[in-house]
Write a protein that binds this ligand. Structure first.
Ligand code: ADP
Ligand code: TYD
Length: 218
């Protein structure tokens, strides 16, 4: 009973996942609009972050810096820990203070992207500190055809990053499914069809999130 009261005081933590171009950032924005209207205190954020570690990652993603895949994976791990724990705006403290945190990517991104080059077991172990500190109430996965994602990326961006190539995205998509299957006993995942209008996807994202955000559900 006491434990349940403690949990109620904490903010709900939700992570959105999906391949590049799946519409995560758009959906984080639309979910934020909804939370704002409902006057639910929230904080939106993303990984990689804009910290110094996050900027090293961006240098790798844009090809300005080369590194071994395990070093890249370790940079994401370090960026994630800083994101959780840093004194200025660490999200672990925000959740403790009762703020809902909506995150664009979390450790499933590492499982899906870095497992193109590094074994999934290694990645799960490397991320154990983060999973121990903060596990999302739900990972909302926006499931989209890699061809649709590529169309959106090509149409809307000037420069492509390391992973933004069709076959790579298809592999990452498959890796997400493998990681979800592998961790289904410990992680809560909701899959949403992202090949639809922003509004239709947003409604499903809301339905998935509301179960955890509102004590009595949607
Ligand atoms: P991500 O953060 O997953 O890379 P974005 O939200 O940035 O994806 O979306 C990629 C591009 O596709 C953006 O230009 C966005 O406006 C557009 N977009 C997002 N959702 C949809 C949708 N449901 N249908 C069509 N275009 C979309
Ligand atoms: P992001 O800026 O979210 O790209 P997008 O808006 O296109 O989804 O993320 C940048 C890239 O970083 C993206 O290709 C995914 C990759 N990434 C990883 O490889 N591992 C990780 O752990 C994270 C968080 C991101």
């Amino acid at each position: 009973m006491e434990k349940r009261m403690d949990t109620a005081k904490k903010g709900t933590f939700i992570a959105l996942e999906g391949i590049d171009g799946s519409g995560k950032s758009t959906q984080v924005r639309l979910l934020a609009d909804r939370l704002r209207k409902m006057q639910i205190p929230f904080y939106t954020t993303m990984e990689p972050t804009d910290s110094p570690i996050g900027s090293m990652i961006r240098q790798v993603l844009t090809g300005r810096m080369q590194a071994d895949p395990k070093v890249i994976a370790a940079l994401f791990v370090a960026d994630r820990l800083d994101h959780l724990l840093n004194e200025v705006n660490g999200i672990a403290a925000k959740v403790e203070q009762g703020i809902c945190v909506i995150m664009d990517r979390y450790y499933f991104s590492s499982y899906a992207y870095q497992s193109v080059d590094v074994p999934l077991d290694w990645l799960i172990q490397a991320n154990a500190l983060s999973t121990g500190i903060l596990r999302p109430a739900v990972h909302i996965f926006i499931d989209i055809d890699p061809d649709v994602a590529m169309e959106r990326i090509v149409k809307n961006r000037f420069a492509k990053e390391l992973f933004e190539e069709r076959d790579r995205l298809a592999q990452v998509q498959k890796n997400y499914q493998e990681a979800f299957e592998r961790l289904k006993s410990t992680e809560q995942v909701t899959v949403i069809d992202g090949n639809r209008s922003q509004e239709a996807v947003a409604q499903d994202v809301w339905n998935a999130a509301a179960r955890y955000l509102l004590p009595s559900g949607a």
